[in-house]
Design a protein around this ligand. Structure first.
Ligand SMILES: [Fe+2]
Length: 219
């Protein structure tokens, strides 16, 4: 009888110990492991993904090769972190962006917009995320442009993110406070909750405009 009691007590203590181990190791996990990140909504790449890449292929789109010849328009800085659905940072992801220049013109043969091209604007850029999943771009705020007679697209920047262990993400980043946002067929095709994920507010810091755009990948 006593043996039976001892063995039950031993197995109870073992379970308690196992539970303690689980709880302690949970406490020791980084905070992001407990949270979950909602995926960045997807959008089409549109018709103006570059047919040729610019001479300069870095993350500063405000000039092409010759730093003394600057692109026209308002300079903006976009920073962010690429994460997975568990909110863990994704390092070594490749981020491409492409966009219109300040006049709303893409450097693409299919763009029929008569607005002027900017020879000093890079139009396309690339960044690789750091160990912490961070990236940054320096670019100019794109102009709006006519998608059709009845539809003017608000300023936006196209993004594609690639990482070997995750699904490729193509999306667009918008600017908060733009009146055209409310009428945009693509943006308004998303719920308000989804829109919050890619409509970015820019703030002035040290006389520079900064916006934070985090990208959440599937997988
Ligand atoms: Fe576009």
């Amino acid at each position: 009888m006593k043996n039976n009691f001892d063995s039950r007590r031993r197995s109870f203590l073992k379970s308690l110990l196992a539970l303690g181990t689980i709880i302690t190791s949970e406490w020791l996990l980084p905070s992001y492991v407990h949270s979950s990140c909602n995926l960045t909504p997807r959008e089409s790449s549109g018709p103006f993904y570059p047919s040729t890449y610019p001479l300069d292929q870095d993350n500063d789109l405000t000039y092409v090769k010759d730093k003394s010849k600057k692109a026209k328009g308002e300079i903006i800085h976009i920073t962010g972190i690429v994460k997975n659905e568990q909110c863990e940072p994704v390092s070594n992801a490749t981020i491409e962006i492409w966009q219109a220049c300040a006049t709303g013109r893409y450097n693409h043969p299919r763009d029929r917009n008569p607005a002027k091209l900017d020879p000093n604007f890079q139009y396309w850029g690339k960044a690789i995320t750091s160990e912490q999943g961070k990236y940054r771009f320096k670019t100019i705020k794109p102009g709006s442009y006519p998608a059709s007679f009845f539809w003017t697209r608000p300023p936006h920047i196209h993004f594609t993110v690639r990482s070997p262990k995750h699904s490729e993400l193509t999306t667009q980043m918008y600017f908060s406070g733009e009146p055209l946002n409310d009428k945009d067929r693509l943006l308004q095709g998303h719920s308000k909750k989804e829109q919050e994920k890619f409509v970015v507010t820019f703030d002035q810091r040290e006389q520079k405009q900064f916006g934070e755009f985090n990208l959440i990948l599937k997988g």
